[in-house]
Design a protein around this ligand. Sequence first.
Ligand code: RP5
Length: 175
Amino acid sequence: MQMEDKVAIIMGSDSDLPVMKEAADVLEEFGVSFEIKVLSAHRSPNETQEFVKSAKDKGLKVIIAAAGGAAHLAGVSAAHTTLPVIGVPVMSKSLEGMDSLLSTVQMPPGIPVATVGINGAKNAGLLAIQILALSDESLNKKLEDYKKKLETGVMEKNEKLENLGYKKYLEELKK
Ligand code: RP5
């Protein structure tokens, strides 16, 4: 943890890292400092509790918590802090992530977890950035530019679709 870290990405296992890389990548792209750790609600409950309880005092602003299966990390984290917690349900082997999704999203009233889609790590990163941008105008400007780029991308696709027609467009997509 560096002094200026704003976001914590925590995950139940290192097997979640290939998914959570996308959250880290987008935070890096926006120049938001973060720390990333393996912390399990079940396998390392004491360390998890300690970390989350001290997160606010360390200056962290948002926690992104990812887990798969009986995915309790985000919920347990939210129970121990007033920081916003974003939950990422990770695709599981047995139930294709439905177990992760439901156990992350179905929180009792009073303890919210802002849950993104299954493997939705990129959106978790972006949501964290949007929260930080509420009090950071330069970050907000970067978000506006990012959205503009998305919009331009859609318009370019439409132009191409109009020029090529849908059959040729499909051929191009297959290449
Ligand atoms: C969860 O169990 C982790 O978040 C991971 O998604 C899943 C499997 O963990 P490993 O057995 O790969 O360590 O706690």
